[in-house]
Ligand binder design. Sequence first.
Ligand SMILES: [Ca+2]
Length: 427
Amino acid sequence: MRPLSATPARPVPVPGRRSRTVTAAVLAVLAAGCAGASAKDGTPAPELPEMTSMSPTAAPTVPEAVPTAPSTGSPTAPVPSTPAPSTPAPSTAPKSRAADLVPGQVTDVTTGLDTPWGLAFLPDGSALVSERDSARVLHVPAAGGTAQEVGTVPGVEPGGEAGLLGLAVSPSFATDRTLYAYRTAASGNEVIAMTVGTDLRSLSEPRVLLSGIAKASNHDGGRLAMGPDGFLYIGTGDANDRPNAPDRDSLNGKVLRIRSDGSPAPGNPFGTPVFTTGHRNVQGIAFGPDGTVYAAEFGQDTWDELNVLRAGQDYGWPAAEGDDGDGGTRPLASWHTDDASPSGVAYAGGAVWMAGLKGERLWRVPVAGGERTGDPVAYLDGTYGRLRTVVTAPDGSLWVTTSNTDGRGDPKDGDDRILRVKLVPRP
Ligand SMILES: [Ca+2]
């Protein structure tokens, strides 16, 4: 068991970069007590001496972290059956428990998907899922089973990491039947809205809400998330053009926030769709119960990030990556890119859950009110391959999509799949 794992397994390959690890970062945060808070304020790295003095091999925190990952994080977890057999997984209402839930039983919701990307729940607990390259939207029953095609989104030009990406459902879906999607079109990335047929077997012609997001073979962002404020949050990438990220006039390398008609949300810091700046490639956005906005982004070669977003703040890219470099709001947590490469995030049970593609694991980051309350712990490590998207279902479980057919994975029988990860009280 290795809660903060893999980083020490391999030397940090980037010459000239400080070879800090997640473990070291966590050690420093724990040792410094309030260091997490100061780091979040972007104060210049007073933690450095501590980090370098505490080598990752000096592992006083490891024994503390291990018991927090009972039977779950272990790669020995049996495939779709219970990784935590000692946990009886009692009621179906973990939602009522405010905090400290951990993975219990893992089962298949559906299989046979082709690079699933976006996932959004409907009011009845069933879900819509997008396929990146086929541009299809599929309907998945709440109880699981075969995914049925709703329709194919026109005008999608897949390629590399681009295609039909994030989905979000209108808060008034029961009456307006509106589905939002992020698509890569000929002219660039766009946010569109469509009306879903009452039989869940048709989509209207798309209405473009927001365009002008540059596309590229990589760094297309693409995550959509409906905020508790009723506005649509959009994670974009720098489109392989780094100066986009800090540029307030560019929609790339940003988190954007718009109304349902595509206009900037009131309260946006610059009177534009831009909510936050200085991101490299945001594919994960989630909201805490207090409305805190969490977002994950891919690092270049060194540090992936989980950030707490605040309107108008700059998150440092490209001048900073993780805690390295100068400027920008510091991340809440960072990981070596081998251990995470994070796409989707979700909030449930006192934690942000972050799906790792290259890391092939699901990270649990305990949080409260935008502060980290403990060490990140990995679950499902290596068990299901690349993990793309995680969303909290209406019943309080997590639905997690694999991404082994995306050209970078090793598909097994039935891939790609949606997993249901039941959350249970920590034993
Ligand atoms: Ca950053």
